[in-house]
Structure formats: C-alpha cells, structure tokens
Ligand binder design. Structure first.
Ligand code: FES
Ligand SMILES: [Fe+2]
Length: 394
C-alpha cells in the first residue's frame, strides 16, 4: 500500500547465512537485528506489511464492533459489517486525513464518523455523508470511501495484509489451522485481557516464547506445572513454529492453585494427550498462541520502536464455561500475568545486553530448536531482501 521505497536493510549477508544453517551449526541473529532502528523500519515496511494477526474474530463479530491497531505510522481498523462480513480500512479520513478511531477496541452504531468535520462512513467503508461537498466539482462520493485493507479470518484469528499483495492467508496459517480448530478457537470467547509495554525488540519476545530453557530459573511455578524438558517440537506447513509441553501429574491446566482449573471442563472434543498438554505456537510474525486443555491465550506483538514493543494478551474460554455459575478465570489470568512479567524482565535484560560493544551472537542449545525456527523465518526474509539488493547492484 505504501508507495515509498523500502528502507535499506543494513545487515551483513554472511551473518544471516550463519543463522540459516541447520540449528546444530547455526549462529544467532546478529545484534544489529535487535538494535538498529533501520532494521525495524525495514521490518515494518515488509514483514509487518504482510499478514499480521490483529486479534480474535469474536471481537468484530457484531456489526459496528471494531479493533484498531497501529503498524508503524499506519493504522488499521477492523470492523464487523452490517452484511455479516469483517471489513478493514486504513484508519484515516478521506477528507483532511484525520485519524478516525483512537481506541484499540470499541463499537459504533451504524456509522464511522470522523471526529474532525463529521464525514461519516458505513461499516463497509462507503462514504455516506460529507457536509458542504454538494457543489464541489467532480466529487463522486462513491470514490471517497475508506481505503480498504485486505483482511482474512482463519480458524478464529483475524489477519490483515496492508500490502494487499501477500500470498493467501490460508497457506500462511497453514497446518496451524488444524490445531486451532481442534481447540475450537473460533468458538471461544474472551474473558480476560492485559496490555504490556516491554523495553525489548519484538523478535526477542517471540524468541523467548519459543523456548522453556529459561523456565526452571525464571518461572519456578510454571516449571512445576510442566517440566521444561517435557516439550516436543511440532512441525507443519505454514509460517509458524511451535511445540507441546506436558502437564505434570495432578495439573489439568496452567493456572494458580496447582493448575486445578477451578473445575472448568476441558474444551469439547479434546481427548487423550490433549488433556495433559499445552501447545505453544508463534504465527509469524506477531501472534503467540497458547492452547490449554480448557482455554486459549493469544499474545499479539506490536513493535513501537526497535527496543519497545506493546503486547496485548487475551484469554479465551468456551461460552458455556463462561456462562457457568461461579466462572472465575483469575487462576489462569493471574498465573500468566506473573509469567508474562517474568518473561518481559529477561527480554529487557537481553535488550540491554545485545547492545554491549563486543557482544557477538551466540549459538543455539538443544532446547532452542523453536527459537531457531522462528529466527529462520525472519532470516529468510532478510536474505530475500539482501539478495535482491545484490542483484540490483550487480
Ligand atoms: S478530516 Fe475527517 S471530516 Fe475532515
Ligand atoms: Fe518464559
């Protein structure tokens, strides 16, 4: 959608190639990838201009209910239409360019109205009213609707593609969709939300999520509920990586009070090992999806600068579970809120550390297979751009 040329990616192809080696030989991403504002500018223009997860479909299920997300200097509104479809637009009025929505979520009645001079738009983006434009020459209101953004819903997740040019959303989510469907993510409803601002690069947060090597030291409570070595990598087609962890004897979920789940039933249809596992996935680039026997948790990462990331964390349960008398999700929410904060602290430590002069990128342990899998998704994008640049230079 942007007509500006991409910012130049100032990375050394030799260092990126070293990351693309098999994990046993690979070297981690170079520090510059985490500290150079130019790299983030490039990532926003490329990676974050393709499919990005904005949230859960239930948040825009009702006509007029919307989510607003900022991506660099761009901003997008995803809104439920009166036609039952999900629409997405750039969050900018076609008159003098005011931002339309300022809240991250909310609902409007039948119209989106600009707070500046009150141009109003239908939920499908069509311009409905524009004061004092009647006598304006060659002004056709049908050409001045909100600028549409490509949007897709896959297995309960809403994704937008600002570029309008990414390959289809279904192969992007790929075989992760089967896991999401198994946990009926589409049918779940939100029962909790938390927002965080973390002084770390968005990739460091995704990397941290992708390993539990740090769990014994950083999250003793979590490690008691699922041992850090219980994990297994899950592979499949699509732009994601992930794995499972096995719940310890006596725990039926991740939550306070020993993971007793407060008597909540498991998600309908789960069976066997699924009842004693938690699945963790990173859907590239910005969604962390955690599937528990009785609930799902979604983190979405929103880079604000090279060393600052806003994170929205949401908890989803079955509607029948939410409706049951005495439903109280605080065991799950409080547990993960603590784990989140423990994670942000170590992400912030790496953010400080990697900018130390003399630091050179490390090597991956046998417990960081998924960290490498995530980094490779990033490194492949870097490499494409660096190769293109070499071809242009040749
Ligand atoms: S900028 Fe929106 S109505 Fe004027
Ligand atoms: Fe952690």
């Amino acid at each position: 959608m942007s007509s500006q040329p991409h910012p130049t990616l100032n990375l050394d192809p030799v260092e990126i190639e070293a990351n693309l080696e098999p994990v046993e030989r690979a070297t981690m991403l170079p520090p510059r990838a985490f500290v150079d504002p130019g790299v983030l500018d490039w990532e926003l223009e490329t990676i974050f201009s393709g499919w990005v997860c904005v949230g859960h479909a239930s948040q825009v299920a009702e006509p007029g209910s919307y989510m607003m997300r900022e991506l660099g200097t761009d901003s997008v509104v995803v809104i439920g239409g009166q036609d039952g479809r999900t629409h997405a637009f750039l969050n900018v009025c076609r008159h003098r360019g005011a931002r339309l929505m300022e809240d991250a979520e909310g609902s409007v009645r039948r119209r989106v109205q600009c707070p500046y001079h009150a141009w109003s738009y239908g939920l499908d983006g069509e311009l409905k009213a524009a004061p004092h434009m009647d006598g304006v020459e060659d002004f056709d209101p049908s050409c001045w609707g909100l600028i549409p953004v490509r949007v897709a819903t896959v297995a309960g997740l809403v994704l937008v593609d600002l570029s309008g040019e990414a390959p289809e959303a279904e192969p992007h989510v790929g075989e992760l969709a089967g896991h999401l469907e198994r946990y009926r993510v589409d049918d779940l409803r939100r029962a909790g939300q938390a927002e965080y601002t973390v002084a770390a690069n968005w990739k460091a947060i995704a990397e941290n999520y992708s390993e539990c090597l740090h769990c014994p030291g950083v999250h003793p409570e979590l490690n008691a509920l699922s041992h850090y070595m219980s994990g297994e990598v899950i592979e499949g087609a699509g732009a994601w990586c992930g794995g499972s962890m096995t719940l310890s004897e006596g725990a039926s979920t991740m939550g306070r009070e020993g993971g007793g789940a407060q008597g909540r039933p498991a998600i309908e249809g789960l069976e066997g090992e699924e009842l004693s596992s938690v699945l963790y996935f990173v859907l590239f680039p910005n969604a962390l999806v955690s599937l528990h026997p009785d609930y799902a948790m979604l983190h979405t990462l929103w880079p604000r600068s090279v060393d600052r990331t806003e994170i929205v964390c949401e908890w989803f349960f079955e509607p029948a579970t939410i409706a049951a008398e005495g439903f109280d999700p605080s065991d799950a929410i409080d547990f993960w809120d603590q784990v989140n904060r423990e994670d942000w602290r170590v992400c912030e430590l790496t953010n400080k550390g990697v900018r130390t002069r003399g630091y050179v990128p490390g090597r991956y342990s046998a417990e960081e297979i998924d960290v490498h899998a995530f980094d490779v998704m990033v490194a492949e994008r870097y490499m494409e751009a660096l190769r293109e640049r070499e071809q242009v230079a040749a």
